[in-house]
Design a protein around this ligand. Structure first.
Ligand SMILES: [Zn+2]
Length: 430
């Protein structure tokens, strides 16, 4: 399993000689005298019952695999946003989309700049980079995408360094406008208030840990998210099982000594999305994996940079590329077959976090008990049991390979039972 260090970027330690130090901190670092207690419970069971133990799938709603596009906000304009969302920069209404993410019904975890007070321009243009406060049309575009189920989060408050007051305005604004839960660090060599820079170091002006907690932004991308990223050798699955144990990556992780209760999710750098093709998507589905692509879909390209997601159709007019539409078609086709869930970081991370609260243990009657010990309902919980077995409660059932996949919503405290034979009605504990 790859050890993901907390990375404190060059902004945190400047050598004063033009060089910089990147400080990597291991998550097992502990203070002198600190104690940690862990428990393990062993059940000794007949082989037949042990083999029938239910498993919780890490993708909700019964899909074997999931696909998540995540967008970093760098160097974009309202025209390029409209093009990549709707197929053409001439379309402003999601209901009129002819292509792009919205046209194919594929959601995005989209991060944005809240403000651009220095009017930092897009490459090759005098126009400022898009921001929520800088352009009411962009703020409304994000609102319309949020209504479609997209994540709208922060890629730092602005494209350059910001004050603590500006940081709080931005985090509060995104939480109130778009119910934001997601943060993606911008360059840790430029922005001091990132999670990968000084943002989680208390008692200095760039600290944002308290603000993220106060306004509910809890799922983060940091520079440690890709410290073992090997997209072109490892394929689309962010667990990276194709090249041996050294690269195998957790679905998401916490780093308590440095980042408290924030969840860090991994990703693959995928602006050149040539790997988003039929063969790789089918392998992702066979592996029951999760793809999380780190991308710049609305990046304003200049003449010497290759067009990936969008291209110039004429002066000031952008459209999606044939290649990008082809990748979207391959994703949408597998979604429509029930094989691939295009989703967002918020939906998927909330699900993965919540299934950690599901206890599974044997009953005296020879069945398995599945109990939601958390405080939140879990929607679309996918429980895998061997064929011929069932899970109590109402929901859907899919037969896949040697498994029966039972998809249920489970309330806090609710108990379900799994075993051979027909379903047993769900019951609430006393
Ligand atoms: Zn960035």
């Amino acid at each position: 399993m790859h050890r993901h260090y907390q990375v404190l970027g060059p902004a945190s330690i400047n050598t004063g000689t033009g060089g910089a130090i990147i400080d990597c901190r291991h998550w097992t670092r502990r203070s002198a005298g600190e104690e940690e207690v862990r428990e393990i419970v062993l059940h000794v069971l007949p082989e037949q019952m042990a083999a029938a133990r239910p498993r919780l799938h890490h993708v909700p709603d019964g899909y074997p695999a999931a696909f998540i596009w995540t967008e970093h906000a760098d160097n974009t304009s309202i025209q390029t946003h409209r093009a990549v969302c709707f197929g053409s920069s001439r379309i402003a209404d999601p209901s009129e989309a002819t292509g792009g993410f919205v046209g194919s019904g594929v959601p995005v975890t989209k991060t944005v700049f809240h403000a651009n007070p220095t009017n930092r321009p897009v490459a090759g243009s005098a126009g400022p980079q898009a921001s929520i406060l800088g352009d009411p049309d962009f703020a409304e575009l994000c609102a319309s995408l949020h209504r479609l189920g997209w994540d709208i989060g922060l890629h730092s408050p602005q494209p350059d360094n910001s004050t603590r007051a500006a940081n709080e305005r931005a985090i509060k604004s995104l939480a109130e406008r778009y119910d934001a839960r997601v943060w993606i660090d911008h360059s840790c060599s430029v922005i001091h208030n990132g999670v990968s820079a000084l943002g989680m170091v208390p008692d200095q002006p760039h600290y944002i840990g308290d603000l993220l907690a106060r306004y509910g932004l809890r799922y983060c991308w940091t520079f440690a998210s890709e410290d073992a990223s090997e997209l072109y050798r490892c394929g689309l699955s962010i667990q990276q099982t194709r090249v041996g144990d050294w690269a195998v990556t957790p679905l998401m992780w916490q780093h308590p000594p440095e980042t408290g209760t924030l969840w860090i999710w991994p990703s693959s750098a995928g602006s050149d999305f040539s790997v988003v093709n039929a063969a790789e998507l089918d392998e992702l589905i066979d592996d029951q994996g999760v793809a999380i692509m780190h991308a710049y879909p609305a990046y304003v390209t200049t003449s010497d940079s290759p067009p990936y997601f969008i291209e110039r159709a004429s002066e000031g007019h952008w459209r999606t590329t044939t290649r990008f539409e082809g990748s979207l078609r391959e994703i949408a086709k597998r979604r429509d077959m029930g094989l691939l869930l295009p989703t967002t970081i918020r939906r998927w991370c909330t699900y993965v976090e919540s299934i950690k609260d599901v206890d599974i243990y044997p009953s005296a009657a020879g069945t398995w008990i599945i109990r939601n010990t958390g405080n939140s309902p879990i929607e679309g919980l996918a429980v895998l049991v061997p064929r011929g077995h069932a899970v109590s409660g109402s929901g859907r059932v899919i037969l896949r390979g040697d498994d029966t996949v039972c998809i249920r919503d489970i309330r806090p405290g609710e108990v379900m039972e799994a075993g051979a034979g027909s379903c047993i009605p769900s019951r609430m504990p006393a």
